[in-house]
Design a protein around this ligand. Structure first.
Ligand code: FMN
Length: 220
């Protein structure tokens, strides 16, 4: 469907996109890491969390608790309605973003439907997720990866633009969750994109938008 020169995505397209996402984690069938249910009633009031939101670049090396990991992923881009829609808005109702979690024990792909982590690779690639020293030791680096091929009739520039906005909303959700829970975080664009895409073995049509480090503040 075309409107004023813009190709609109139809409900059928949307459904294809969602189906594609549902089928996404090839590795989810085996070895998935279950997460405890997210704590959806906790946390500080929104205004108090906003008051505390900030970027932090010094982290404890301590691994995140399973509950914190669950809550971070759900707050970032979990499913919050029976429709399957998410805690963050996304471009034209087309599911473009995947959230990868790079931790000491490897890289995991967040499966929002199962609220689980699908094993993606066993390598510790944390140091390759950014150009700053703390990324290699912080317990969690989220990597926001876009499926460019799902953005039909969109120029490469606009694909990056819309995917970046999707990632930014997820990033802010994570920031606010961290502020609420006393965790440290920083959203990052200082990434060697080509190297990280190679390290993640991303297909040509997928690209990294941003990364985001999360952990306990240094000394905790
Ligand atoms: C698009 C974007 C990219 C960013 N990239 C980085 C980065 O690569 N490394 C970093 O340490 N901080 C990065 N930041 C965090 C900003 O430096 C930070 O938000 C800004 O200095 C304001 O500080 P605050 O978040 O504590 O308020 C980025 C923020 C945004 C929005």
């Amino acid at each position: 469907m075309t409107q004023k020169g813009v190709t609109m995505v139809t409900r059928r397209d949307v459904n294809i996109g969602i189906a594609a996402t549902a089928a996404m984690p090839a590795a989810a069938q085996a070895g998935a890491r279950a997460l405890p249910p997210p704590n959806q009633s906790g946390g500080k009031p929104l205004m108090a969390a906003l008051k505390l939101r900030r970027s932090t670049r010094e982290y404890s090396e301590r691994a995140l608790s399973p509950q914190a990991l669950s809550d971070i992923l759900w707050a970032g881009f979990g499913i919050n309605r029976p429709s399957g829609d998410r805690t963050a808005p996304y471009w034209r109702h087309v599911m473009v973003m995947d959230v990868y979690a790079a931790m000491a024990d490897g890289v995991w792909l967040y499966d929002p439907k199962a609220h689980a982590l699908a094993p993606y690779m066993t390598d510790d690639i944390r140091a390759d997720t950014g150009m700053q020293d703390f990324v290699g030791k912080a317990p969690l680096n989220l990597i926001y990866v876009a499926h460019g091929d799902r953005m039909v009739d969109v120029s490469p520039e606009d694909r990056r633009l819309y995917a970046s906005v999707d990632a930014a909303f997820i990033g802010q959700n994570v920031y606010l969750y961290c502020a609420s829970e006393g965790l440290a975080s920083v959203f990052r664009g200082a990434v060697d994109y080509a190297r990280l895409a190679r390290r993640l073995k991303l297909p040509e049509q997928q690209f990294v938008t941003f990364a985001q480090t999360v952990g306990y503040p240094k000394g905790e």
